[in-house]
Design a protein around this ligand. Sequence first.
Ligand code: NAD
Length: 367
Amino acid sequence: MLNYAYRGLPWDIVFGVDAARRLPDEMDQRGLERALVLTTPNQARQGEQLKRQLAHRAVGLFSEAVMHVPSGTLAAATHMAKAVDARCTVALGGGSTTGLGKALAVKNGLANVAIPTTYAGSEMTDIWAVTEGDRKVTKRDVRAVPTLTIYDPKLTLSLPPKFAAASGMNAMAQAVVNVATHRPNPMVGAMAADAIRTLAQNLPLIMRNGDDLEARTGALYGASLAAAALGTGTTSLHHRLCHAFGGAFNTPHAETHAVLLPYSVDFNASAIPKATSRVAEALGSDSAAGGLRLLAESVGAPLSLSEIGVGRSDIEKAVRLALAAPLDNARPVSPDELHELLVRAFDGQLLGSGSAIATGARTSQPA
Ligand code: NAD
């Protein structure tokens, strides 16, 4: 029998090719003014252009956003926001920049506009974080959800295909864990399944032709749906593992998701076979883990932990960190099993209980 609870988030979204051109009008309609534009150093030039486009609506540019919102960066952005009397932020960039806007919203009550240029999907969740030293503290707060999100696929054309692949697999992970889950929710699952299909269709097309605007549009839509599922759904072993590696070894966020996803899905498959087969179906594959692995291969995403800077000796610590707190997962995870999973992920050998597939791996590099 159908039995579920669903709580949505206050999304306000404008999606479409050239949607970013409408930003001034959209801001005026919502009474958003005195914007501090946020970017990473890499996207500072686009930030300047955006500031010019906003004219009197923009009061400054802070172009020092970095991954994981270090407390020093948040303090510097807060200082600047106060100095220019900003009333809102406009974050142009990936999850790092959106994350800074979210932290400023929660800590300083600044309305936040997000213009995502990767597939991280942070703009659709209420998850925000600040990092103090090497300790990243993540919380959920509805005030973090952007006041307005503008998705313009044209802004993703400059995303290099290699990063688009990893970022797309990060989005895929958000969707997959909300279909292959022991806590299914029909509304979340519907968004997540469509996200899986859309991402699986479009990511390979982008790899073939980075200028394919239709594929870029599909991938951005898929990523937004995947993140909507994450924002209103659940996480389990997979996100715990990625958090452990990112936190302890500073592995690149999107690439860590790309590597670990087939392994975590494979691990849980025997406990939730029906849910896992829905992932396979959405991927158009016989096996969820195998299909994810083939997709990662076809888009050139990293396939092994050794490729993303993890050493074999790091595995022990990752196991400890991942299991340090209680974990709500489809099946219990013992330290030995997790160790074995990570050794296989280190070598890039997908050969677990849940899938019969050992795909033709690219040769993984030594640590
Ligand atoms: P990122 O934002 O760090 O971007 C990586 C690099 O790519 C940056 O230098 C950026 O300026 C550049 N870039 C972004 N878009 C570009 C484009 N279109 N063209 C050219 N260069 C571009 O990376 P990310 O993977 O998007 O975000 C990672 C961060 O987001 C992590 O801190 C992660 O924890 C966080 N995140 C949070 C959530 C959440 O729900 N809170 C979800 C996903 C990710």
